[in-house]
Design a protein around this ligand. Structure first.
Ligand code: GLU
Length: 415
């Protein structure tokens, strides 16, 4: 099978928007490629005595608006084009939320599920050491992403601090609270997504107390999304999947009990009282809100026409292929695009940076309030732009985000 080149998706989306905005060709050319990338090899002495070399990347896409920001993924199928695409999306995401940050992304090709804690720590420290010349609190600030955790962020912060010889909590976000983490970072991605769903439901006249949800993916974003759908709105979560399969119950699943089941067995599958559902079929369920919260490229031109959900809230990065967007738009599905829907994570990461800089920490409630004040206007700016230009929500999000990046490039005298 031909390897999916996610960066081509990202470039295609940008090109569509460049046309609408009538972007200057030089500006368009700058925005089409990453500004800088580092490829590294990280040797790790494994528990069995052998040495393995892991390949890693850090791609800094555009820093016109400030230090670059974006997570690090550990995944067996990671490749540099995926990291490039994700770094572009981080640029648009930070801009859309009006954060004073550019975009970046990191990745390591590895399978953390098959590695011991000691091997993972060595890999994290090796990564942090090798990117130390290009990251820093006022240069580029990584964070967690797929299969990376607050503990891993703590190891990387520690290694970077040792390398430069002083405490640098602000070099990375998503850390545990004991080492400069922010209250409210844990569920921030899901909570931000819920805020956009709340606003979308108002727009569409959907009563969320009676709404049904299907959640694809039960990692950090997906599991919190399922819990918050119940606790914030009183909605019913009827289906959940993870990488091994899924569960369905038309009367609603007890999401807390599902989490306990997953903690015990390693998966949501075989949850008592549920029937099995696949990762493909969950997307086609007749629900009010579909939340793709796993990996990229799951909604394509092959299944887009079969989607019955009224709202697609993209908590994952890149779940929808470009060809699927028009189909969804024509069918009246309200898509909350990824770099709007999942921007809660980086927004609270930005709050974490601010708190690290001034060494004073906020209460969780304060974080929630500030998150709402960022997400709600971002959603409405996209909605208004989509109505003004009569374009779909994703293209509208691009228009808002790109206009701001271009303004910064122009004010800095780059173009
Ligand atoms: N990995 C998250 C994202 O894709 C968060 C990035 C960050 O906090 O810097 O938005």
């Amino acid at each position: 099978m031909e390897e999916l080149n996610l960066f081509e998706y990202a470039q295609k989306q940008l090109d569509t928007c460049a046309e609408i905005l009538d972007l200057d060709p030089g500006v368009h050319a700058i925005l089409r490629v990453p500004m800088r990338e580092l490829h590294i090899s990280i040797p790790v002495k494994m528990d069995d005595g052998t040495t393995k070399v892991f390949q890693g990347f850090r791609v800094q896409y555009n820093d016109a608006r400030g230090p670059t920001k974006g997570g690090i993924r550990f995944h067996p199928e990671e490749n540099v084009n995926t990291v490039r695409a994700l770094s572009a999306w981080m640029t648009w995401k930070c801009s859309l939320l009006n954060l004073p940050l550019g975009g970046a992304k990191g990745g390591v090709i590895c399978n953390p599920k098959e590695m011991s804690e000691r091997e993972l720590e060595t890999l994290c420290r090796g990564y942090a050491y090798r990117v130390s010349s290009i990251v820093g609190p006022d240069k580029d600030v990584p964070a967690p992403d797929v299969y990376t955790t607050p503990q891993m962020m703590a190891w990387m912060m520690d290694e970077y601090s040792k390398t430069v010889g002083s405490h640098k909590f602000g070099v990375i976000t998503g850390k545990p609270l004991s080492v400069g983490g922010s209250a409210g970072r844990g569920d921030a991605t899901a909570r931000g997504g819920m805020i956009t769903i709340r606003e979308a439901a108002k727009e569409l006249g959907i009563d969320l107390r009676k709404a049904t949800f299907a959640v694809q993916g039960f990692g950090n974003a997906g599991s919190f999304a399922a819990h918050l759908a119940v606790s914030m709105f009183g909605s019913k979560v009827v289906a959940i999947t993870d990488s091994r399969g899924g569960i369905y119950n038309a009367d609603g699943l007890d999401t807390e009990a599902v989490s306990e089941h997953k903690a015990k067995t390693g998966s949501v599958i075989d949850f008592p009282g549920s029937t099995p559902i696949s990762n493909e079929n969950i997307l086609e369920l007749d629900v009010d809100v579909l939340v793709p919260a796993a990996l990229e490229n799951v909604i394509t031109e092959k299944n887009a026409a079969k989607i019955k959900a009224k709202i697609i809230a993209e908590l994952a990065n890149g779940p929808t292929a470009p060809d699927a967007d028009d189909i969804l738009h024509n069918n009246g599905v309200h898509v909350i695009p990824d770099f709007l829907c999942n921007a809660g994570g980086v927004t609270v990461s930005y709050f974490e940076m601010v708190q690290n800089f001034y060494m004073y920490y906020w209460e969780e409630e304060e974080v929630h309030k500030r998150l709402d004040k960022k997400m709600t206007p971002a959603y409405h700016s996209v909605l208004e732009t989509s109505k003004t230009y009569n374009i779909n929500m994703r293209v509208a999000a691009y228009v808002v985000a790109i206009e701001r990046v271009v303004e910064s490039m122009s004010d800095r005298g780059w173009v």
